[in-house]
Ligand binder design. Structure first.
Ligand SMILES: Nc1ncnc2c1ncn2[C@@H]1O[C@H](COP(=O)(O)OP(=O)(O)O)[C@@H](O)[C@H]1O
Ligand SMILES: [Mg+2]
Length: 346
């Protein structure tokens, strides 16, 4: 168990900065999730922490010790890859023992640890099987056991669930979270699945183009996104182009006059979360007539695309209360509080 610190960590490949000055302080036992689009530097960051990629600049500290230039087997990090990366010709037990043999532990100790790790992921009964005799979910649990067997100070999970189908993914992510909690393991998990990120994280980090854009709780990222990118990446939203015309006043490209949170005067985007828009409703700051252009029935919620002007269309989510839903072509009135409108300068 240990605190993990990244200090201005960078990796350049030629002219290209894969990771550009990442500074991050992960508390002992914390579960941190790295979120960001493909190519933003998530894997490179994890690989630098594991010692698989040498940084161009900056430092990594685990438990207060500088490990920046230690080889992977001299720093106590366990890593799980998206592809499982199991050796096909080795049994489950041999796969799990692999990292321990690399570390030159005594044979008896290796056996004890491998068995313990397989017990943690509930696969003791499968020790003698080959990876191909297991399901995808089981293979990924073997990969997890292999990472846990070395009793890592830091657990690194690189999109570990993305090859599993949706239902299994939900189960395994809860398992991972519970296990991490029991063991008190400092953990960084990379995912591009927002729901997964929001479900398991103590804190989240949003990256783009090699840099950290925001660090915070689920609520911080959703309610107070630091910039346009985070607003668009975390949760769903409608972006309306236009300009801030006065304190808390926004005029859309289509000429609608709306109340919003404060923002700097000038060209800007107004960002609206779909569940913050309502049909009718009293005491709202904004009240705009519109026409329903598209309806999706998603079970618990209905999603509407509503045309407010020739240039302005918004996404609306309504709880499904079982009564008559608006239909395509209906004329409705949308209302929302000014606080629901976040403004980002161009
Ligand atoms: N070994 C490498 N050589 C050159 N470029 C690389 C190498 N590894 C990663 N990159 C580049 O660095 C960027 C970040 O990659 P990566 O960390 O894999 O992103 P992510 O995991 O967020 O999808 C990408 O533009 C990728 O093409
Ligand atoms: Mg990656």
């Amino acid at each position: 168990m240990a605190r993990l610190e990244l200090i201005d960590l960078s990796k350049r490949y030629g002219e290209h900065a894969a990771v550009a000055g990442v500074t991050l302080d992960v508390a002992d036992g914390e579960f941190l999730v790295l979120l960001g689009p493909s190519g933003c530097g998530k894997t490179t960051t994890l690989r630098m922490i594991a010692g698989l990629v040498e940084p161009s600049d900056g430092r990594t500290q685990i438990g207060g010790t500088d490990v920046t230039y230690l080889p992977p087997w001299r720093r106590n990090t366990g890593m799980v890859f998206q592809s499982y990366a199991l050796f096909p010709h080795m049994t489950v037990a041999e796969n799990v023992a692999f990292g321990l043999e690399m570390r030159k532990l005594a044979k008896a100790e290796i056996e004890v640890r491998a068995r313990e790790a397989l017990r943690l992921v509930r696969l003791e009964a499968f020790a003698g099987r080959l990876p191909r005799q297991l399901s995808g979910g089981q293979q990924q649990r073997v990969a997890l056991a292999r990472a846990l067997a070395i009793r890592p100070d830091v657990l690194l999970l690189d999109e570990p669930l993305s090859n599993l189908d949706a239902k299994l993914r939900e189960e395994v992510r809860i398992e991972i979270r519970e296990l991490q909690g029991q063991l008190g393991l400092t953990t960084i998990m990379v995912t591009h699945d927002q729901e997964e990120a929001l479900t398991v994280a103590d804190r989240l980090v949003v990256m783009a183009e090699g840099e950290i854009r925001q660090i915070g709780s689920q609520r911080d990222l959703y309610e107070r996104p630091a910039d346009r990118f985070v607003a668009g990446f975390v949760g769903r939203s409608t972006f309306l182009d236009g300009r801030v015309t006065g304190p808390g006043e926004f005029e859309t490209a289509g000429g609608l006059q709306l109340k919003c949170r404060d923002g700097a005067p000038g060209a800007a985007a107004l960002v609206l979360r779909p569940e913050r828009l309502h049909l009718g409703g009293a005491n709202m700051d904004n009240r705009v007539p519109g026409k329903v252009e598209f309806v999706s029935y998603l079970g618990p919620v209905l999603e509407l695309h509503v045309r407010l002007s020739p240039a302005d269309r918004v996404l609306v989510q309504l709880p499904n209360r079982g009564d008559a839903a608006p239909a395509v072509g209906d004329e409705i009135e949308l209302t929302w509080h000014r606080d629901a409108g976040m403004v980002f300068a161009e």
